[in-house]
Write a protein that binds this ligand. Sequence first.
Ligand code: ATP
Ligand code: MG
Length: 982
Amino acid sequence: MSALGAPVSAAASAILDELNDEQRAAVTHGAGPLLIVAGAGTGKTAVLTRRIAWLIAEKRARPEEILALTFTDKAAAEMESRVDVLVPYGFVGATLSTFHAFGDRLVRDHAIELGLTSQLRVGSRADLLVFLRERLFELGLERFLPLGRPDQHLDALLTVFDRARDEDVSPEHYLAFAAALAAAAGDDPEKRDRAAAELEKARVYQTYQRLLFAHGRVDFSAQISLALRLLRERPYLRREYQERFRFILVDEFQDTNHVQFELLKLLAGPNANLTVVGDDDQSIYRFRGAKIENLLGFLDVYPHARVLVLRRNYRSGQRILDLAHRMVRHNDPERLEARDPERFAKRLVAARAIEGEVVHWAFETGHDEADAVASEIAATVRSGARAPREIAILGRTHVHLDPFAFALRAQGVRFQRANQRGLYQRPEVLLCLNALRTVANPADSTASYAVLGDPLFGVDPVELATLSATARRTHRPLLELAGRAAHEEGALSPGSVEAILRFVELNRRLLEIAPRRPTSDVLYALVSESGLLGQLSATDTAEAAEQMQNLNKLFGIVTRVGPLLISDRVPDFIGHLDLLIDAGDDPQAAVVDPDDDAVQLLTAHNAKGLEFSCVYLVQLIEGRFPMKSRTDPLPFPPELDRRQDPKAEHEREERRLFYVGMTRARDRLVLTHAADVGGKRTRKVSRFVVEALELSAAPRLRQGATASESIARHAPAPSPPPPTIGPLPEDRPLELSHGRIDDYLTCPWKYRYAHVMQVPIATDPRAMYGIAIHNALNEYLQRRVRGLPVDADAVLQAFEHSWSSEGFYSREHEERRLAEGRAVLHRFVAREEGSGRTPLGVELPFKFHFGSNVVSGRWDRIDEGPAGIVLVDYKTSQVEDPVAATERARRSARTGQLGLYALAYHETRGVAPARVQLSYVSTGSVGEAMVDVETIDAARLRISEAAAGIRAAQFPAKPDPVSCRHCPFNRFCPYRSPGLDL
Ligand code: ATP
Ligand code: MG
């Protein structure tokens, strides 16, 4: 059936409004592979999102049959919001995700088949360095044994392994390659040397992979290659995914690497309903293995694919397009347009009536450059000519943006930086690290000095300076000295005495638990007992929320890195962290910005796919943009690289990146550079500026500021006031879940702690036990659903894999829990085998719109009984009495989780389930409730009530002895029910 010939519904025709012929052909393409190659701003992303909406509106696919993939979280979120606008109410459930998130989910859901636990943890580069450093002598390094500078060497090795994953080279493959090199080397000493080096890399790669798996870890680049391995090795999974995702769409296809394309091919299967859009001139991830060849390779794999080219640009003025095109043509002949000018013509025609402006500013110094840009932006924003979010400053790297951030702050202009680093420099994080350092070593006077002087303790600065000087002179630890002075009558002011005693006491308590507990527990005791959590969580500003989230990030690092250590105790942890910090590890700090109308400071990479009215491309000098090419300290063998011509690409890649930068601008593009950016040399203007503007002579430099103006620049800046957290407008989506709704209705103040401030929560062995049991049940039930053989060992293994020793008070305590879990699972398996029932679905996610709220969750299990659908939720708490179980199920249906799950079923499947159940796995008792109209209505009411309160930012406390007892924040909550015995 021809897609265009099909009758078009009203919803679908709205989707097709405004599209040009090529775009419409792309959106309404029927089945089979489709390749869209087109330049920047021609509506590629628009076509993808409309195609998703069209497929749903025309009922060619149900939302959950659609998978759309892209590269950044920002892009995925943008896609999701565009689709939400286009698709009628209630239709959610399409998977719009990044490649990594998708690979991660797939691997997690089937980790057990890879011999991994589903509690996989994904490590950052820094985590993995710690992991490797801890196991330095297990790696079998000889030639690369990096005793002097471990991190550089290990980092270089990790880069080689990443490349191997991207090229789909397994350790075995790498080993075979190295062996072949050795065999071919003969007596040639140079060749033998190389073979030996490659052999060592291959062996370490193998060992690394084995060690990672053994510890339930994966690294970022392994996610996709593991997903690929699963689909390759398990035909039933491959079929399952092919049947599930009937339509696959990929944005920015030019940036896929070898494994990603392999994964796509397997997912798309024989039907190959695969739509990909891309622009060869915007391929900018070659260093991560991106392969432009994939664009044309698409036609080798799918020779009958339909090919569409879009030529009208809806974003920029013609002048901007012309100059960008002129510049990027310097990459000829390595461009599709150069190879086939007829088919892939790229001289874009602007659909907009404006000409568009491109200017170039040249300055003497980098200061002048930053000031000029900031002044113009300040003037534009003040005059109201452009909204701040319509303005972007783009740099080649984050560091290049620093002077501009400084200058904007001086002008009082609000701005936002993506991927802002500097977590370890944040005061609240420094406070915690320093306090931990005093636990690792109470004689660390630098750390004690920082903690005592922090406003949280607040020793008088003059007294602290005197104490510190004495400590240095007498070679005694500051903390000891301060403690003694605090007990001397009249030596210090009362305020300082109180502060010192408070810290000394805290330090003593932490020292007491530190030898027995993991780092995360010590950190938790520190933040809760010092009053830091209480203080921050009582403050209602975005700044406090930001600080809380930074603490959360620190907890994230501690709970990730701690278990990588052979011994997770504070002194070991701090030792490792200090090495990482020295090696330049610098995680992102949180940014809380409820008001996103701010000037955007981004790298050209981060700006991909986005658009702004006015773009400043800055620091355009040789050596910065294009950046100097760097050679990897340890090369990945070119023989294993599946890309053509890996070397000569650097300059072309930089040029494409520049092209991406230029084509972000709608109305005005400002190119700036300065001859003096510090350092001895005068810097030359970037070759890309010369190419774009066809400059024939060196540009004249603008005059710099006078000396007094330069000094004035260093005056403290009036920073814009920090925004407070306000209400959420009705048209902005609010994400809800059972947990969130329940928290809000239990106590809005608790909701605020957990979801607005995101206060860290101590590890709780009960929660871990519950998760491990759930994973084991899931393992068993998934096998039943798929008709695979089940054995009790696999179930126990899933349980043990998910286990972690964190949070247990003692070895006996842990052993008891483990034994109990095993017994529970044995009984569960026996009961299930006896029942002869097979579930309809297990661990199925749901998501539905409720007004502008999005509610999501997961059903543990769906059964089909004689009277209809039964939703089951598993509980690990001990309820034996069937009457009590029934009572609980009824309550949950009326006012809790089961009611919400019934509503979710009703909303997403169009019918209400017949019954809902709570199934207590420990005891085998089951509580059941009928679902009727009241159940559904009550659930709706609860959502409305919670959403209204959350949107209005109403968070009054609702103290109550029972809920306060179970509240994870009761240790510091000022409103907790009186008489609560903690
Ligand atoms: P890039 O290569 O930078 O990713 P793109 O090809 O994905 O760009 P889009 O971001 O989809 O382009 O579209 C660019 C702009 O043009 C967007 O603001 C989009 O809404 C608009 N646009 C696309 N098609 C049309 C159309 N037919 N009519 C009006 N505006 C359109
Ligand atoms: Mg796009």
